[in-house]
Each structure stands twice: as C-alpha cells, then as structure tokens.
Design a protein around this ligand. Structure first.
Ligand code: CA
Ligand code: CA
Length: 190
C-alpha cells in the first residue's frame, strides 16, 4: 500500500518539472557598450546596426548582429520582443526614426536584408523639431510566426536596425530584450 503514494509523488514531480514554464531572457542592449548606447543619427550616420562586434573600427555597421546560443526549449510557447529608444529631434525639420529587430540563422552574413532573416519587431515614430519622444515596441510571437522555428532551436543571430529620415536626432538605447518561454522536457511518457 505504501508504494502507491511514493510512486504518485515521483510522477507528480516529474510532471511538474516537465510542465514548468521556463523563460530565457536575453538583454540584447547589454551587448552594446555604454559609450555607444547614446549618440546622434544624422546625414552621415542615418542607419545603425546594433550590437556591433565586428571590430572594424566603426560602431553601428556590423551586418551580422549578435550570435546567441540559448538552451533549446523542447516546447517553445512564445517569444517576446521589447525595445525602447529615447529620441530627441535636434534638427530643424521633422524627422522619422524607425527600428526593426531581425533574427537570422547563425550562417546569415547580413541579417538586415530580408534574405534568410526575419523581421520580428518593427515600428517608427515622427518627431517635430525639438520634440522628445520614445520609440517603444513590443511583440509576442506564437507558433504561427515564421521565425518561431529558428528561435526554438536556440542558436540564432539578433540585431537592431535604427534608421533616420530627417536631419539630426539624438538617441539612447534604453532596452532591447528577447524572452523565450517554453518547456525543457516533452510530455512525460505513459
Ligand atoms: Ca563595426
Ligand atoms: Ca540575410
């Protein structure tokens, strides 16, 4: 008679570990050195690719972003993306700033061209001269999203493309997060 509760407990624990939601969070912004978190978008630097680890002496032009190797989740339930840029239009004409987050397979040498890579977050904001405004973007991806299979594998590239249309805009990268939530083990065998 004593075996039954013990067995039940073991199964309950196994079921528990198999069904606990695990969240892997990567703060992509922490891969951007502090000195480059803030800067100016202008006619010379109208596009920025972040993070940049290509060590070519210019920050913000790395075509293949940041390579991540995260734990593979057997069951990925959702992926959350969140970014926040603080912006101030320091020019004399209205300006528009857009931001896209791309993810790509490890072998993609240019993660912002739409070939093999996916745009998982995108948006823009318009600022009048002198205006300060954040660009806050957030999205939750589910199984139907084309990038889902890539994220589930855990090994992928990620990066932000920030683009200016206008004169000069000062920016600060406040946040860029990727969170994957899922389960590490498949269902308990019968
Ligand atoms: Ca570079
Ligand atoms: Ca590409």
């Amino acid at each position: 008679m004593k075996r039954i509760p013990t067995l039940f407990l073991a199964l309950a624990l196994a079921a528990c570990s198999g069904h606990t939601l695990t969240t892997v969070r990567v703060k992509v912004d922490t891969y951007v050195p502090d000195v480059y978190r803030s800067g100016q978008l202008n006619l010379t630097t109208a596009t920025l690719f972040l993070p940049d680890d290509d060590d070519d002496g210019t920050y913000g032009n790395d075509p293949d972003g940041l390579a991540l190797e995260l734990p593979k989740l057997d069951i990925l339930e959702r992926a959350r993306l969140r970014t926040r840029l603080s912006l101030k239009n320091t020019g004399s004409v209205a300006a528009s700033v857009s931001l896209e987050v791309h993810v790509a397979p490890p072998g993609d040498g240019m993660i912002y061209d739409g070939s093999r890579d996916y745009t998982v977050l995108a948006g823009s904001v318009t600022l009048d001269p002198g205006e300060e405004k954040p660009l806050d973007l957030e999205a939750t991806l589910g199984e139907a999203d084309p990038a889902f299979g890539l994220l589930k594998g855990g090994g992928f590239r990620v990066g932000l493309a920030v683009r200016l249309a206008g004169d000069t805009v000062n920016y600060t990268l406040e946040e860029a997060d990727v969170s994957l939530s899922g389960r590490l083990f498949k269902a308990i065998p019968d």
